[in-house]
Design a protein around this ligand. Structure first.
Ligand code: NAD
Length: 323
C-alpha cells in the first residue's frame, strides 16, 4: 500500500458500539426483572497508580451510562485487600468484582486474582476460565448450559478481528481464522499467551513473540474443538521476527514500553495492525503499509468486561433455576 493510498484507522469506540447497544438492552431487561437498581460492579483500587485511577473513573462512567451500578472501594493498606475481596465475594448484592492491578507487583497479585469468586470474576482471570480457554472448552458444566467467560483483553482482540472481517463467517465456527497468519508481540500470562491460544484454536497460525523467543501456535489436528499446539521456533532476533511477519495477515502488539516501535518495514502490505499496549507500539507510518489499523483496544475491553458480567449473572440465574 503506498503513502498516497494510506490504510484506515478503525477506532475501538466504533467497534464497541454494537456491544454497547446489546449490553444496554440486557441491563434494561434485568432492571425489569431481578435487579431493579441495575447490576452492581465493585472495583478495588489499592495502588496509587494514576493510570489505574483513570481506568476506574472510565469504568464508572461506562457502567453508569449503560445502567449498571459501580462502586469504587479504595483500600489504603493493601494488606487488607484480600479480606475486602472476600467480603464482596460473600455479599449477594455484588454481581461483579474487579481489582486494579498491579497491587503488590509480584506473584501475590496472581494469588489475589484467584481470591475473586469465579462467579463474580468479570475480568475472566480465574484459572478455570484460563484452563477452559487453553483447552478450547466453551462451557463450565460439561453441558451446553453455563458458558465459560474469557479474559477481557484477549476476547476484545477476537471481537476486533471479527469486526474487521478477518474472521471468515463462511467457515464453520471454531475454524474461522483458517489460513490466517497472525503475529502477537507479547506473551504475558494475562494477555499475549491466552490471545495466541484463542487465535490458534480458531484456526490461525500464530507467531507468539516475547523478549526471549518466538513460538508457533497452531490449531490441534482432528477433533472439532481440540487444543492448540505450541512449538518453539527460535530465540528472539529481529531477523526471525521479520521472517514471521513476511506473510502475516495480522500483527498485534502489546509491548509495555514508550520507546518500543514495531518496525513498519516488517508489515506486509495490506496487513491488519492492532495495538493493545497502553503505549503506541506502531508509529505514524503504520498506515503506509497496514490496510486497517486499530491504535487502542480499551473501549472494546470494557464492553467485554460488562458483557462478561451479564454472562455471570445469567449463569447464576440458570444455576438457581436448576436447583
Ligand atoms: P507484561 O509486562 O506482563 O508483558 C509484556 C510482554 O511483552 C512480555 O511477553 C514481554 O516479553 C514482551 N516484550 C516486551 N518487550 C518486548 C520486545 N521488545 N519485543 C518483543 N516482546 C517484548 O505486560 P502486560 O500485562 O501483558 O501488558 C502489556 C501492555 O498491554 C501494557 O501496556 C498494558 O497496559 C496493556 N494492557 C494490559 C492489560 C492487562 O490486563 N494486563 C490489558 C490491556 C492492555
Amino acid at each position: 500500500m503506498s503513502a498516497e493510498k494510506p490504510g484506515v484507522t478503525v477506532l475501538a469506540s466504533s467497534i464497541a458500539e454494537r456491544y454497547v447497544g446489546e449490553i444496554a438492552a440486557k441491563v434494561e431487561k434485568l432492571k425489569a426483572s431481578s435487579r431493579p437498581q441495575g447490576p452492581l460492579l465493585v472495583g478495588f483500587l489499592a495502588n496509587d497508580d494514576p493510570a489505574a485511577a483513570m481506568y476506574a473513573s472510565w469504568t464508572e462512567k461506562t457502567c453508569k451510562s449503560l445502567g449498571f451500578r459501580y462502586e469504587l472501594r479504595k483500600i489504603e493498606d493493601k494488606d487488607f485487600l484480600e479480606e475486602a475481596i472476600i467480603v464482596a465475594n460473600m455479599d449477594d448484592s455484588v454481581d461483579g468484582i474487579m481489582v486494579y492491578f498491579p497491587v503488590f507487583g509480584n506473584a501475590q497479585d496472581q494469588y489475589l486474582q484467584q481470591v475473586v469468586a469465579r462467579e463474580k470474576d468479570v475480568e475472566g482471570l480465574n484459572h478455570v476460565y484460563y484452563q477452559n480457554l487453553y483447552h478450547n472448552i466453551r462451557y463450565l458444566d460439561g453441558g451446553q448450559q453455563l458458558k465459560s467467560v474469557l479474559p477481557c483483553t484477549p476476547l476484545a482482540v477476537v471481537k476486533i478481528l471479527e469486526y474487521l472481517k478477518v474472521y471468515n463467517t463462511l467457515l464453520p465456527e471454531g475454524n474461522r481464522l483458517y489460513g490466517k497468519k497472525c503475529v502477537v508481540v507479547n506473551r504475558s500470562e494475562i494477555v499475549g499467551r491466552p490471545l495466541a491460544a484463542l487465535l490458534a484454536n480458531d484456526g490461525a497460525t500464530v507467531y507468539s513473540v516475547d523478549i526471549n523467543n518466538i513460538q508457533k501456535f497452531t490449531r490441534g489436528e482432528g477433533l472439532k474443538f481440540s487444543k492448540h499446539q505450541v512449538k518453539d521456533i527460535g530465540d528472539y532476533s529481529d531477523g526471525l521476527l521479520q521472517e514471521c511477519c513476511k506473510d502475516a495477515d495480522v500483527l498485534i502488539t502489546g509491548v509495555p514500553s514508550a520507546n518500543y516501535k514495531f518496525p513498519t518495514e516488517y508489515i506486509r502490505d495490506g496487513a491488519v495492525c492492532i495495538n493493545f499496549s497502553s503505549h503506541k507500539n506502531f508509529d505514524d507510518s503504520v498506515k503506509t503499509r497496514a490496510s486497517l489499523y486499530v491504535p487502542t483496544t480499551g473501549k472494546v475491553t470494557i464492553s467485554m468486561l460488562l458483557r462478561n458480567m451479564l454472562r455471570l449473572i445469567e449463569n447464576s440465574q440458570k444455576l438457581k433455576g436448576s436447583k
